[in-house]
Design a protein around this ligand. Structure first.
Ligand code: 0O2
Length: 221
């Protein structure tokens, strides 16, 4: 009967969303391990911070309508690949690729899609590395592959993207032309800051290495 049918649909949706919650936890654990291990053994942590979210049913619905996606759980699973979204913010551009390599090397992770907006920034200046991964979630009676979207970017890229996102939404998606230009200029400034900080970091690392090797030759000097 109808009540029974409603209950079944409710259970299906609960199971569906739960799978994503577990997927996020698995990925969170993987990233925590990378972060802690890096800190312990390399004396340097490339990960500044990590933010994650599960898309709300409301945003899933909005995206389905926007992209004309069929109303079924299978179709949502296949077409909306950012239900689990993780953003990793790191110190320097080179760290982005180091982190991405460390993630992709793991045997249970499958790369589904990679968009490199660092090598090919968007016309507004947006930069980030986007990966869509599939990871297995093991439950009592089955294993499911869950899609997870990971965005990796530097602090400067993140600063720009967060503010651009706010401005964009404030203007209700039709920004005056001069503001579009200024935002793109701001993206260039963020990029210059990234390059400058990377240069400074390399210089300091070089000086430190020199000091260490001098010390090795003459421990008293
Ligand atoms: P939220 O709230 O961050 O999730 P799609 O994801 O399918 O709608 P597309 O173009 O295939 O669209 O995905 P893409 O290019 O991988 O980018 C999607 C996400 O990247 C966005 O998610 C943003 O988080 C980020 N992003 C992409 N372009 C820009 C940009 O120009 N400015 C900013 N600030 N962020 C961007 P959502 O769903 O828009 O939002």
């Amino acid at each position: 009967d109808q009540v029974q049918q409603m209950k079944e649909i409710r259970d299906q949706i609960t199971r569906f969303m739960m799978t994503y919650k577990f997927g996020l936890r698995e990925m969170d654990t993987k990233l925590t391990i990378l972060k802690e291990e890096f800190q312990l053994f390399h004396d340097y942590n490339p990960i500044e911070h990590i933010k994650s979210r599960i898309k709300s049913p409301e945003s899933i619905l909005q995206k389905m309508l926007r992209k004309n996606i069929e109303m079924s759980l299978d179709s949502i699973k296949e077409n909306i690949r950012d239900i689990v979204g993780i953003r990793i913010v790191c110190s320097f551009t080179a760290d982005i690729y180091k982190i991405s390599d460390m993630i992709l090397k793991q045997k249970d992770i499958t790369l589904i899609e990679c968009k490199d907006y660092i090598k090919n920034p968007k016309s507004n200046g947006y930069k980030s590395l986007h990966l869509v991964l599939a990871i297995p979630v093991f439950m009592s009676d089955r294993e499911e592959q869950v899609y997870v979207e990971i965005q990796i970017r530097t602090v400067a890229m993140d600063f720009w993207a967060s503010l651009e996102h706010k401005i964009y939404y404030k203007y209700n998606k039709s920004i005056p032309e001069h503001l579009v230009k200024e935002l793109t200029n701001a993206a260039t400034a963020a990029n210059e800051l990234d390059l400058k900080m990377e240069r400074l970091y390399k210089e300091v690392t070089y000086i430190k290495e020199q000091e260490t090797s001098n010390y090795a030759v003459n421990p008293l000097g």
